[in-house]
Design a protein around this ligand. Structure first.
Ligand code: 4NP
Length: 161
């Protein structure tokens, strides 16, 4: 079982989109039981809120459904997860502040797995939810490809049992 946490500033747009997209990619590969997938905010701004309606609508336009309630990440969550996947450089700095610079080896920017490793622009400000979806989808797909190689034996085992 791999514990994967997606992280953004508010946990109502980008990271819940990534959580639901990545969950679908795992399901498509018959790997639902191989993952524990969650998402978190670096801030407390939107704690307790559901997925922001324009983000939810964008997901639904692409056939992806699901719910999430925003929560702020704690040091315990960083310790408990194998991969912490952030959306932009600001999220990365916030996490390193939280950990006092520790656990950097398991914190990655989502698009660092792609051939165009730019930040995922925050649609809360850009209002471009479709662009965010496309950037996140590609990032999730490339992250999945990375994990399939990196943890091949574990996934092959899970599929046999
Ligand atoms: P997210 O977008 O980090 O992609 O969830 C934001 C949502 C809310 C706020 C900032 C960013 N906010 O300031 O409330």
């Amino acid at each position: 079982m791999l514990n994967v946490a997606f992280v953004c500033l508010g946990n109502i747009c980008r990271s819940p989109m990534a959580e639901l997209i990545f969950r679908q990619l795992a399901e498509e590969r018959g790997l639902s039981l191989s993952f524990n997938i969650d998402s978190f905010a670096t801030s407390e701004y939107e704690v307790g809120s559901g997925i922001y309606p324009p983000a939810k609508r964008t997901l639904e336009n692409h056939g992806i459904r699901g719910t999430h309630i925003a929560k702020q990440i704690s040091l315990r969550d960083v310790i408990n997860n194998d991969y912490i996947i952030v959306m932009d450089s600001e999220n990365l700095l916030s996490l390193l502040r939280l950990t006092g610079g520790k656990f950097g080896e398991k914190i990655f920017k989502l698009r660092s797995f792609t051939s165009r490793p730019h930040d995922v622009a925050d649609p809360w400000y850009s209002r471009n939810f479709e662009k965010a979806y496309e950037d996140i989808y590609e990032g999730c797909e490339c992250f999945m490809q990375y994990l399939l190689k990196e943890h091949k034996e574990a996934f092959d085992y899970d599929k046999r049992h």
